[in-house]
Design a protein around this ligand. Structure first.
Ligand code: FES
Length: 154
């Protein structure tokens, strides 16, 4: 059911100012989202942008995803896979939030490991390529063999 606004307006499309006011997102940010393909508008006869009301739900999803640290490129890819001619459904949001929850969990685990490694550096100060897990996290030089590896042979 389409809700009437405070003027009793039941239009299905919103101006960029209305979207900004209702979503709490700046007009410039909405334009940025549009250039990135995150939201879409149509032009009216006066060549002004008009957004379907479903854009409000899409903007809400973008803001929540950004709040959880999901990169804009990932948000873009996820939204691009969904149809633009209908509002995001509860099912769409459930699928997206489940996917992004897994991403958030993975980042938390990586940050926790990083914190634990940093804890071992506190009071040490060696910054050794051999011993410090943060200085040489993947021990990349070890694969080249024993001995000094940073000096090119002449
Ligand atoms: S500074 Fe010594 S282990 Fe990181």
């Amino acid at each position: 059911m389409t809700k009437k606004d405070k003027h009793g307006d039941i239009r299905r499309e919103l101006s960029v100012g209305e979207v900004a006011a209702r979503s709490g997102v700046a007009v410039s940010t909405l334009h940025f989202y549009e250039t990135k393909g995150l939201i879409h508008s149509l032009r009216n006869r006066g060549n002004q942008r008009r957004y379907p009301r479903g854009v409000l739900r899409r903007v809400a999803v973008i803001k929540v995803a950004q709040r959880t640290g999901i990169p804009l490129a990932d948000i873009q890819a996820a939204l691009a896979a969904l149809p633009h001619d209908r509002p995001l459904t509860v099912h769409d949001w459930a699928a997206l939030s489940e996917r992004w929850r897994a991403s958030l969990t993975e980042r938390i685990e990586k940050l926790t490991a990083l914190r634990d490694q940093l804890t071992s550096c506190i009071g040490c100060g060696c910054l050794s390529m051999e011993d410090c897990p943060l200085r040489n996290p993947y021990d990349t030089l070890n694969a080249r063999g024993a001995g000094p590896q940073l000096i090119e042979p002449t």
